[in-house]
Design a protein around this ligand. Structure first.
Ligand code: 5GP
Length: 208
């Protein structure tokens, strides 16, 4: 028997660097799967359908909700985002780890259905640093940036609902910390107790 993979839920305010950490984590651990979300928002420059997101119409998104195809979903900044259920379940059943990069509304839904999932909240070293990172991206208008900064401040209030809080002052360090969390979680008794069962069932060999 193989333990089920770890379902890692990564959240944090826009600009905290959760996307970069996710990317680095998947590079460091090629066996780790990244769950590509579905969204109704338009693709940004450089984004590819099926890689960054599955870009879908509102109607298609609604059909996914109705068909129970989403593990969780939320409306953020006027757009819908959701996690396709079947991909995540397949990966976990193969014993592989999977990471969801989702907002706290979605994370709280996952917590209800997957109490063994691991919840990590990524925070910037300071709000000043966060605003610099959002400005540096240069992909959003002034109004959108302001909205995201104010949303970021309220999003930080969700941090206490998570199992771990990681400060992203340096991507490499932060990604390593998340990797260490996964390693520890893989050995949790709820995931590994079957090994003790197997040891006991095998008993003691007569020949020595
Ligand atoms: P962006 O539009 O900047 O790519 O993402 C906006 C927000 O949506 C981010 O906080 C991101 O974590 C969140 N998000 C992305 N995919 C999902 C998803 O499948 N479900 C939920 N609940 N949030 C998501």
């Amino acid at each position: 028997m193989k333990p089920q993979g770890v379902l890692l839920v990564l959240s944090g305010p826009s600009g905290a660097g959760k996307g970069t950490i996710c990317h680095r984590l998947c590079e460091m651990r090629p066996e780790m799967a990244y769950s590509v979300s579905a969204t109704t928002r338009a693709p940004r420059k450089g984004e590819t359908d099926g890689v960054n997101y599955f870009f879908v119409s509102r109607q298609k998104f609604q059909e996914m909700i109705t068909g129970n195809d989403l593990l969780e979903y939320a409306e953020i900044y006027g757009n819908c985002y959701g996690t396709p259920r079947s991909y995540v379940m397949d990966i976990l059943n193969q014993g592989r780890d999977v990471v969801l990069e989702i907002d706290p509304q979605g994370a709280l839904q996952v917590k209800k259905t997957f109490p063994d999932a691991v919840f990590v909240f990524i925070v910037p070293p300071s709000l000043d640093e966060l605003s610099k990172r959002i400005y540096k991206r240069g992909t959003a208008t002034e109004e959108v940036i302001k909205r995201r900064l104010s949303a970021a401040t309220s999003e930080l209030a969700y941090a206490s609902k998570y199992d771990y809080i990681i400060v992203n002052d340096e991507v490499e360090k932060a990604a390593n910390k998340v990797g260490n969390i996964i390693d520890a979680e893989r050995n949790r008794a709820v995931r590994t107790f079957f090994i003790v069962d197997e040891i006991c069932q095998n008993g003691i060999c007569e020949e020595r």
